[in-house]
Ligand binder design. Structure first.
Ligand SMILES: Cc1ncc(COP(=O)(O)O)c(C=O)c1O
Length: 398
C-alpha cells in the first residue's frame, strides 16, 4: 500500500509512522549559553583518559591501519566479542562470544529484533513508560505498542500476565516483551530479582520472547548489580552498548541471542550496515583491554551519584508538595509526576523561556499517556546547575 504524505514522493505506507524524537528536537536549544538542559541522557566523557586514548587511536591507525580501516566481518571483531562476554559477566551473564553480534549501537539492535520478530500490527509489550527511541522504532516498523502497567518498583508481573491474556483474546500475535529492568530510561527504577524471576517465568509459560535492554545496569550508585534477566534464561535476547560506559559517538553496541536467531539477526544487520565500524570496534576493544575501564565507570558513576543527589535535593527544596519523583540508585534519570490536570508538553516552551529544558513524559508512551509527567536527566549537568534547574522548573510549574 502506498501513502501520499507528500505529493513529491511516492512514499511507502510505513514512511508516515516514523516520528521526530523529542530528545533530538531540543538538542540545539540545549546548547544555548545559560540554558540548563536536563533533556538528553548523555554520559560524562570528561572522566575518560583522552590523551592516552588519543595515543592509542593514533597507534592503532599507524600500526594496523590496513586492518582497522578495512571492511570487517558481519558478526564483529572476534576479540571484542570475547571482551564483551566479560562485560556481561558483571551482570551475571555467562555467554559464548559466538552468540554475540556487534551492532552500531543498541538502537540498531532494537530495530533488528523488531524487523526479525514483528509483522505490521503485531504487538510489542513494553513497560509504561519506556525508552522513546524504542517506541519510535516499534511504531516506524508498524508494530502495535501495548504498555504494561508499572509501579514504583517497575514492571508489575501480574499486569504483564493480564496484558498477555488481553492481547491473546484479540487474536493478535505478540512479537516480544521489551523491557529495561535496570535503572530504566526514563524512570531510573531497578526491578528486583524476584520480579525478574516472575517475569521470566510468565514469559516462558506463555511463549513470549523477552528483549532485555541494559545500557545502565552496571552504573549502580552502591556498586550492587541485580542479575540480568538473560542470566535467568538463555532464550532472552540481551542488548548491550558501549554508549553509556564509554562513548555514544563510537556507535558500538551488541546483541546476545540464541544462535539460530543471532545468525538471522546478522543477515539483517549486514543488509543495513555491512558491518559495524571496524575502527570503532577496535577503539572499544582498546578501552576494554588496555585501560582500567572499570575504574573509569566507577569514577563516572560517582559523579552521577552526586548529581542525582543534588537534583533530588533541589527538587525537595523547591517543588510544590503535590509533585512526586523517583529516587534513582543508578543510571541517568529521574521521573516526575505532577499529579495535576496539566500537559507538560505545554510547559516546555515556558521552561525554555526560563532557561530549563526537560523532556515531557508523553514521549515515553506510544498512546498519549503521561501528560502530567517529566523526565529529567542528571548525567551531564553540574551539581550547581541541577539545583538551579530544579528551582527554575519549580518556578515553571507554579
Ligand atoms: C534504554 C536505551 N536503549 C538504547 C539506547 C540507545 O543506545 P545506543 O547509543 O547504544 O544506540 C538508549 C540511549 O539512550 C537507551 O537509554
Amino acid at each position: 500500500m502506498r501513502t501520499s504524505v507528500s505529493p513529491r514522493y511516492n512514499y511507502a505506507a510505513r514512511a508516515q509512522h516514523f516520528r521526530p524524537s523529542p530528545v533530538r528536537g531540543v538538542f540545539d536549544i540545549s546548547m544555548k549559553p545559560g540554558m540548563i538542559s536536563l533533556a538528553g541522557g548523555n554520559p560524562d566523557l570528561t572522566v575518560l583518559p583522552l590523551e592516552q586514548l588519543g595515543d592509542a587511536s593514533a597507534r592503532l591507525i599507524r600500526d594496523r591501519g590496513t586492518e582497522v580501516l578495512q571492511y570487517g566481518t558481519g558478526a564483529g571483531v572476534d576479540e571484542l566479542r570475547e571482551a564483551l562476554t566479560d562485560v556481561m559477566s558483571l551482570s551475571g551473564i555467562r555467554s559464548d562470544a559466538d552468540d554475540l553480534l556487534v551492532t552500531s549501537g543498541s538502537q540498531m539492535g532494537i530495530e533488528l529484533i523488531t524487523t526479525m520478530l514483528c509483522e505490521p500490527d503485531d504487538v510489542v509489550l513494553a513497560e509504561s513508560p519506556t525508552f522513546v527511541g524504542a517506541i519510535g522504532t516499534f511504531l516506524g516498523l508498524e508494530a502495535d505498542v501495548v504498555h504494561v502497567d508499572s509501579d514504583d518498583e517497575g514492571l508489575i508481573p501480574a499486569a504483564l500476565q493480564e496484558s498477555i491474556r488481553a492481547v491473546h483474546a484479540t487474536g493478535k500475535k505478540i512479537g516480544f516483551l521489551y523491557t529495561i529492568p535496570s535503572f530504566s530510561n526514563p524512570t531510573g527504577i531497578r526491578l528486583s530479582l524476584e520480579r525478574r524471576r516472575q517475569i521470566v517465568e510468565i514469559c516462558r509459560k506463555e511463549g513470549v520472547q523477552i528483549v532485555e535492554d541494559d545500557p545502565y545496569g552496571i552504573i549502580s550508585f552502591d556498586g550492587s548489580v541485580v542479575p540480568a534477566m538473560r542470566s535467568l534464561d538463555d532464550s532472552v535476547v540481551y542488548l548491550g552498548t558501549m554508549s553509556k560506559i564509554y562513548s555514544p559517538g563510537l556507535r558500538v553496541g551488541w546483541m546476545l541471542a540464541p544462535r539460530e536467531l543471532r545468525d538471522r539477526l546478522q543477515l539483517a544487520s549486514e543488509a543495513t550496515t555491512i558491518c559495524a565500524s571496524v575502527l570503532s570496534q577496535h577503539l572499544a576493544l582498546e578501552f576494554l583491554t588496555e585501560f582500567d575501564w572499570r575504574a573509569s565507570v566507577e569514577t563516572a558513576t560517582g559523579r552521577y551519584r552526586a548529581r542525582a543527589a543534588a537534583l533530588v535535593e533541589g527538587l525537595e527544596e523547591h517543588m510544590p508538595s503535590d509533585v512526586r519523583w523517583t529516587n534513582p540508585t543508578g543510571g541517568f534519570f529521574t521521573w516526575l509526576t505532577l499529579n495535576r490536570d496539566i500537559n507538560t508538553e505545554s510547559l516546555l516552551q515556558r521552561g525554555i523561556d526560563d532557561g530549563i529544558v526537560f523532556i515531557p513524559g508523553t514521549a515515553f508512551y506510544a498512546d498519549g499517556q503521561g501528560t502530567d509527567t517529566i523526565r529529567l536527566a542528571y548525567s551531564l549537568a553540574s551539581e550547581q546547575d541541577l539545583r538551579e534547574g530544579a528551582r527554575r522548573l519549580a518556578g515553571v510549574l507554579s
